[in-house]
Design a protein. Structure first.
Length: 276
C-alpha cells in the first residue's frame, strides 16, 4: 500500500516534518535522485553540486574526506542548495554513545548541525544515540526544526553484518522516533510500515552495456565490496524512494547529462510503481 502511494499522498501522512518536506520536494522537482559527492576537494564538490543541482533532491557529502574543508565552502554549498532547491545530507553515519555523537554533531571541526539538513545514523548503539543527537540539537539550536536523520538499517556492501534481525531492530528504532527520523537507509522495503518514512537506497548504477542487462537487476560491484543494482530494480523490486548514485555520475564523462539520465530513469520507475 505504502509503495503504491504518490509522494504527495505520503507527505500528507508523514509525521516527521523533514520527511514531509522532502517528499513534497521530490514530487515538485520530479526527482528521486541523491548524488553522492565522494570527492576530495571542496572545489570539485561545489562544481558537482552546481552541475547536478537541477536534477537532484538530495546532495550527499562526506566532509571528513575533504582535504580543504572550510566554513566558506559550507556557505557556498548552502547557496547552491537554495538556488537549485535540494537538501544537504552529511553521510556521517554516527555510531557512538549519545553523549559523544552529540558533540560530533554540533561541534568539532565541521559543526554539522549548523548546515546539514539531514544526517545518517547507525542503529548499533541503540536508542541512546537518538537521545544524544536530539538533546544536543535542542541545546544548540533550540529544537529539531529543519533537521532530521536517516537510520542505516541495512548496508549495500557484500557480506554486510546488518543481518535481518539487526535490520528489524533498526527499523523499529526508526518507526518509534518520528520526531527526528525522516527515513531509513535500506536495500529493501520489507518491514517498513510508516507511510511517511523514506527509503534511501545506495548501490545504484546503470549496467554497462557490454555486460548485457542482467535479469536479477544486478549491475556489478566495485572490487571493494560495493554491490550495484539498476535504478529500475531498486525502485520497482526493492522499494527505493530515493536512490543514491555516486560514481555512476561523478565518473561519467558528462555529469550533468548522467544526472539527468538517472533522474529520468528513476522517475519513470517511480511512476510505474504508483501507476501514474
Ligand atoms: P557509489 O555510487 O559511488 O558506490 O557511492 C555510494 C555512496 O553511498 C557512498 O557515498 C557511500 O558512503 C554510500 N553508502 C553505500 O554505498 N552503501 C550503504 O549501505 C550506505 C551508504 O551510505
Amino acid at each position: 500500500e505504502r509503495l503504491r502511494m504518490t509522494f504527495e499522498a505520503r507527505a500528507e501522512k508523514a509525521t516527521n516534518t523533514m520527511s514531509a518536506r522532502l517528499l513534497r520536494l521530490m514530487a515538485s522537482k520530479q526527482s528521486t535522485l541523491c548524488v553522492a559527492a565522494d570527492l576530495s576537494s571542496t572545489d570539485q564538490v561545489l562544481q558537482l553540486a552546481n552541475t547536478v543541482g537541477p536534477y537532484i533532491c538530495i546532495f550527499k557529502t562526506h566532509v571528513d574526506a575533504l582535504n580543504d574543508f572550510s566554513h566558506k565552502f559550507v556557505k557556498e554549498l548552502q547557496e547552491l542548495a537554495k538556488t537549485h532547491n535540494f537538501l544537504i545530507m552529511e553521510d556521517r553515519k554516527f555510531g557512538d554513545i549519545g553523549h559523544t555523537v552529540g558533540l560530533q554533531y554540533v561541534a568539532g571541526n565541521f559543526h554539522i548541525a549548523d548546515w546539514a539538513d539531514l544526517v545518517t545514523v547507525h542503529a548499533l548503539p541503540g536508542p541512546g544515540i537518538m537521545d544524544g543527537l536530539v538533546s544536543c540539537l535542542e541545546t544548540h539550536q533550540s529544537g529539531l526544526r529543519d533537521r532530521a536523520c536517516f537510520i542505516v538499517a541495512e548496508m549495500s556492501s557484500k557480506d554486510t553484518l546488518t543481518t535481518p534481525a539487526y535490520r528489524t531492530e533498526a527499523l523499529k528504532l526508526a518507526e518509534t522516533r518520528a520526531d527526528f527520523v525522516a527515513g531509513v537507509v535500506s536495500q529493501s522495503a520489507t518491514g517498513i510500515s510508516s507511510i511517511g518514512l523514506i527509503q534511501l537506497t545506495p548501490g545504484v548504477r546503470i549496467p554497462v552495456a557490454q555486460n548485457g542487462a542482467q535479469t536479477n537487476g544486478s549491475s556489478g560491484s566495485d572490487g571493494l565490496g560495493q554491490q550495484y543494482n539498476s535504478p529500475h530494480h531498486v525502485v520497482l523490486e526493492r522499494g527505493a524512494d530515493v536512490a543514491v548514485v555516486g560514481r555512476g555520475i561523478t565518473e561519467a564523462a558528462n555529469s550533468a547529462e548522467a544526472a539527468e539520465l538517472y533522474r529520468d530513469v528513476l522517475w519513470k520507475a517511480y511512476q510505474q510503481r504508483v501507476g501514474e
